[in-house]
Design a protein around this ligand. Sequence first.
Ligand SMILES: NC(=O)c1ccc[n+]([C@@H]2O[C@H](COP(=O)([O-])OP(=O)(O)OC[C@H]3O[C@@H](n4cnc5c(N)ncnc54)[C@H](OP(=O)(O)O)[C@@H]3O)[C@@H](O)[C@H]2O)c1
Length: 262
Amino acid sequence: MHKFLIILGSGYTARFLLPPASRQYAHVFATSRAPDRHLNHITPDRRIRFDLTQQSTWKNISTGTDLLWCFPATPPDLVQKFAVTLDPLSRRLVVLGSTSAYEVGGSREYPPPWIDETAPIDLTKPRVQGEEFLRTNCGAIVLRVAGIYGPGRNPIDWIRTGRVSPSRNYVNLIHVADLARICLATLEHGKPGEAYNVSDGTPRTWREIHETVSQHLSSASPAAAIDQQPGKRISTVKLGESFGPIIRHRDLYAELVKIEKE
Ligand SMILES: NC(=O)c1ccc[n+]([C@@H]2O[C@H](COP(=O)([O-])OP(=O)(O)OC[C@H]3O[C@@H](n4cnc5c(N)ncnc54)[C@H](OP(=O)(O)O)[C@@H]3O)[C@@H](O)[C@H]2O)c1
């Protein structure tokens, strides 16, 4: 068993990471900018105050611990300064990025081409600059993560509230429990300096999701379809080749029905 893991930024994903992480690490700590308010679900001895924008809190991240970075790695200048304090050779560092890193330009090709980890990324985005600095200079492993869903984060609500419309736009999703398992597998087996796409492997259009969901759940009444972007189709070939059959939540519709019932 490994010794120490610190989860930097303990929001939605971190809540699902804590139980499995405790089986892989003897000691798991979680950070927050306001630990007394946001980390009540864990014991005080495992709470750490950390704010990337408050340099005085950086010393709370002890050397030698593995790190799982779960908030946007920006602004880039602070990411770089903080990274200098990290002693990357003595630890494993996994950073959660986003599939929004991929630059698709104005392409209207439809269906959109598959995007693997070699596709161009948009280095004008500050968080992409931060992630790439950590990957290329500190041996960080960057996970480019699709839309995260799970209990309390229900894509059907995004349709109901009009946040998304039932368009032909492709979306890539990952269940938070699978993401948690992938984070831990990456800490254990990921190759330093690599990037991996993370999604359930099945891009779907919002229209397909809406139509299928409507057959099961009558209450998903959407806004009009106005979004005519092609979206992205994220390839997870590398993820599968590197970590084996790690996705357990492949049936989006079964998962959505479960989430609706909770
Ligand atoms: N949500 C999605 O669909 C999605 C998709 C792709 C990628 N991602 C990425 O995946 C990661 C995890 O997502 P999530 O939805 O679990 O995140 P989340 O719920 O927003 O949790 C991240 C936590 O990090 C802490 N934080 C924010 N800014 C910070 C800073 N400057 N310094 C230190 N801590 C800070 C906040 O907690 P405190 O307020 O307690 O400090 C926040 O709750 C994020 O990087 C996100 O951008 C998300």
